[in-house]
Design a protein around this ligand. Structure first.
Ligand code: GLU
Length: 320
């Protein structure tokens, strides 16, 4: 069986160097093992997504030398590759979870949730852990709350520990209950990232999920969904985030380090890849290099979970 990897950007902004590094790592992993590489557009949150960003992200990837075997512009056996067109699959998964008693309606208001946020609960990629306030409502309580508010739907996390082997960070162990019951469908009808990504990775036969370390604590949540839905999970790897010289993680707001703006500044894809390859140790020379030339050099940065800093020296070299 061929291994299958993917890059799954949310088109809510432009790709920056950090996204390029995640995309490149996932692409190299598949190109090195002769696997297949997919692109999926995660535009499930329609108010935050823009078709123009999705187009620009694809242009940026191609500019870098990252191509895909299946996805938008290419098609493929698992089309459509845009989450906004796959909602029937997420709804079907919710039906299964409902039948198994794994979801419940949550009527908590924004202000109730905000007061939880100020309580000392651990922060995570999902925000503060939800303490299960609506999990044990009686049928009468639900009926009376339902008169006033459309609920979101939450998934019941298992109590036991969730353990997995991360391809970069090694053995990871999470307390399922401490992560809290998370939303699978928002009150405004939008399916959550956690649900959509799990359904799509399973439906598209993804064997290797490689993504940024900001999503590390999403993995135990997704593993719980795989388990509840009786789906086989892929292998997971989380690559370090790229930070600026002060150790601050890049975000979509750091306009000067987006691929589009580097490109406008005349930076070549080979220089950008050369800087990334040198910083990660895939190359021991700081020199321009093409994406395909990195295929044999790629290795997964095992047990390196510290952010990678793009230094001023590197930025000067890029714009040389
Ligand atoms: N769509 C997510 C993002 O852009 C990434 C999904 C994933 O790789 O699991 O942050």
């Amino acid at each position: 069986m061929k291994r299958r990897g993917r890059f799954a950007p949310t088109p809510s902004g432009l790709l920056h160097i950090g996204n390029a590094f995640s995309a490149l790592s996932a692409w190299l992993q598949m190109r090195q093992c002769g696997g297949e590489f997919l692109l999926r557009i995660e535009d499930i949150d329609k108010p935050r997504s823009r078709p123009a960003f999705a187009e620009q992200q694809q242009d940026d990837l191609l500019w870098l030398g990252i191509d895909w075997d299946e996805g938008p512009r290419m098609g493929g056996p698992f089309a459509p590759y845009e989450q906004s067109k796959r909602e029937h699959l997420y709804e079907a998964a919710l039906d299964t979870l409902r039948e198994k008693g794994r979801i419940y309606p949550c009527y908590c208001s924004r202000s109730e949730l905000a007061s939880i946020a100020s309580a000392p609960h651990g922060l995570s990629s999902e925000g503060p852990a939800y303490p299960g306030l609506c999990r044990h409502l009686t049928a009468e309580e639900r009926a009376s709350k339902a008169e006033k508010k459309t609920p979101s739907l939450r998934f019941i996390m298992p109590e036991e520990a969730i353990v997995f082997e991360d391809g970069v960070s090694g053995t990871m162990r999470y307390d399922g209950e401490a992560l809290g019951d998370f939303i699978v469908k928002r009150a405004d009808g939008i399916f959550s990232y956690q649900l959509a990504v799990t359904i799509d990775d399973a439906a598209m036969g993804i064997t290797d999920v490689l993504r940024g370390a900001d999503l590390l604590d999403s993995t135990p949540r997704q593993l719980a969904l795989y388990e509840a839905l009786g789906l086989a999970p892929p292998a997971f790897s989380h690559v370090p985030l790229i930070a600026d010289e002060h150790g601050k993680r890049l975000s979509k707001r750091d306009k000067s380090l987006t691929l589009a703006s580097l490109r406008e500044d005349g930076v070549s894809p080979e220089r950008l890849l050369g800087a990334i390859a040198y910083t990660t140790g895939w190359s021991d020379q700081l020199e321009p290099i093409a994406a395909h030339e990195l295929i044999s050099a790629y290795h997964p940065l095992c047990c390196n979970d510290k952010p990678i800093a793009i230094t001023q020296r590197m930025l000067d070299w890029l714009r040389h």
